[in-house]
Ligand binder design. Structure first.
Ligand code: GDP
Ligand code: MN
Length: 382
């Protein structure tokens, strides 16, 4: 789950990382009131779950409430990389001298958190990595060891942080790593990490991604989810505790087990089609569970056919067939469903479906045949 800048800064503040005082605003009037309360110069910042707001005109430094209102007027509704601005963060402006960059993310290949630091902050870190790779210091941190003083020293000397700043920057690096661990984050990025005119440090921006699988132990960050900004299918799947990933094709995919669903996605592509989603219904076969999963897939308008792929192990295919028939009693089905049942009690399962003779169901014996039929039906519906 991605956090808004202001939410990330809330977690930063809790961890002792210095941030400027600010307020959230959803309207021009709230933006004006926030600027009045904060007094003097403020920064009006678009809150969207994407980067590059500065370049897109989503960050404006202003000198008072009137200008803050005008900036809010301009930024509310602003489209930044396809994300419409619906909320603002109004923050006390600071006198920036230099802009650095610091982050912690996962390096899956190394199986360790990776810290990065550069004095070339404020801009796109990808551009720094491409054009000035020698200026981007990178260091893995063994999670069993945690972040130690020598990590800070190594990073800061490789990045060329001035010696008189190292005590403060090193302390902030430790805090950033601390937030990454404490919040079960996948990413913590501070860009820019600013050095103010008076020499103090501040996190002027925050980008955080929390591991969805850890949200159950973070009531405060779970509550930060912006339901309105979430994709409706992803939100429904999240609430039903189903593993769902939206893709951009028109063949809806349901299966039991992540591996099977992934191969179903591949087989649909092999048959010349485009998967609309990945949905793992998991074990068991209750009509209720299947109905929920089917409902989520069918609520995506782009779905023109559904491929229901089950391999029965502990889950019995006849139970799945009963569940599916039960689900059809409660779910309005607006697209054809192709079913492939294989494994435990598959013959009985197919018999049940054939006997029911539901017009919306086509039964196929193999995964490849089922994919070909689902792809053909989707094409015919276009
Ligand atoms: P991003 O473009 O989405 O990463 O948004 P940022 O929050 O990083 O803001 C972009 C740029 O706006 C920063 O690199 C700063 O130069 C500037 N900026 C952001 N906050 C402040 C502030 O409080 N004061 C001043 N003077 N500039 C700021
Ligand atoms: Mn930034």
């Amino acid at each position: 789950m991605d956090l808004y800048e202001h939410q990330g800064k809330e977690l930063f503040a809790k961890a002792g990382i210095p941030v400027a005082a600010g307020r959230v605003a959803f309207t021009v009037a709230e933006a004006r009131a926030a600027a009045e309360a904060l007094g003097g110069r403020v920064v009006v910042k678009s809150q969207v779950l994407t980067g590059g707001r500065g370049k897109a005109g989503g960050v404006k430094v202003v000198s008072g409430p009137d200008e803050a209102a005008a900036a809010a007027e301009a930024i509310l509704g602003l489209d930044i990389n396809g994300h419409i601005t619906r909320r603002l963060w109004i923050e006390e402006a600071v006198a920036i001298d230099r802009e650095y960059y610091a982050s912690v993310t996962f390096d899956r290949a190394a199986k360790m958190p990776l810290m990065m630091l550069t004095t070339m902050g404020g801009m796109d870190v990808e551009a720094v990595a491409r054009d000035h790779p020698d200026r981007l210091a990178r260091l893995h941190v063994d999670p069993a060891l945690g972040f130690r003083g020598f990590h800070a020293v190594q990073l800061m000397s490789a990045a060329g942080i001035p010696v008189d700043e190292r005590k403060a920057v090193g302390a902030m690096l430790a805090q950033i790593y601390g937030v990454f661990v404490a919040e079960d984050a996948m990413l913590v990025e501070v860009n820019p990490l600013v050095i103010l005119d008076d020499g103090t440090l501040l996190a002027a921006d925050s980008k955080m991604t929390i591991d969805d699988n850890a949200l159950f132990r973070h009531a405060d960050s779970s509550a930060m989810r912006d339901v309105a900004a979430a994709d409706p299918q992803e939100q429904a799947a999240h609430e039903a505790d189903l593993a769902y990933v939206k893709l951009d094709g028109d063949v809806g995919i349901l299966g039991n087990g992540a591996g099977l669903v992934m191969s179903t996605v591949d087989v649909v592509a092999q048959a010349g089609g485009r998967p609309a989603n990945f949905l793992d219904v998991g074990g068991g076969a209750s009509a209720e569970k299947i109905a929920t999963a089917l409902g989520i897939v069918l609520s995506d308008e782009k779905v023109k056919s559904v491929l229901f792929n089950i391999f029965g192990g502990i889950t019995r295919c006849d139970e799945v067939a009963k569940g599916l028939l039960g689900a059809l009693e409660t779910t309005a089905v607006r697209a054809p469903i192709v079913v492939r049942l294989d494994g435990t009690n598959d013959v009985e399962g197919r018999e049940l479906l054939e006997r029911a003779a539901r017009p919306e169901i086509t039964v196929e014996k193999t995964m490849l045949e089922a994919a070909a039929t689902a792809v053909r039906l989707a094409r015919e519906a276009r």
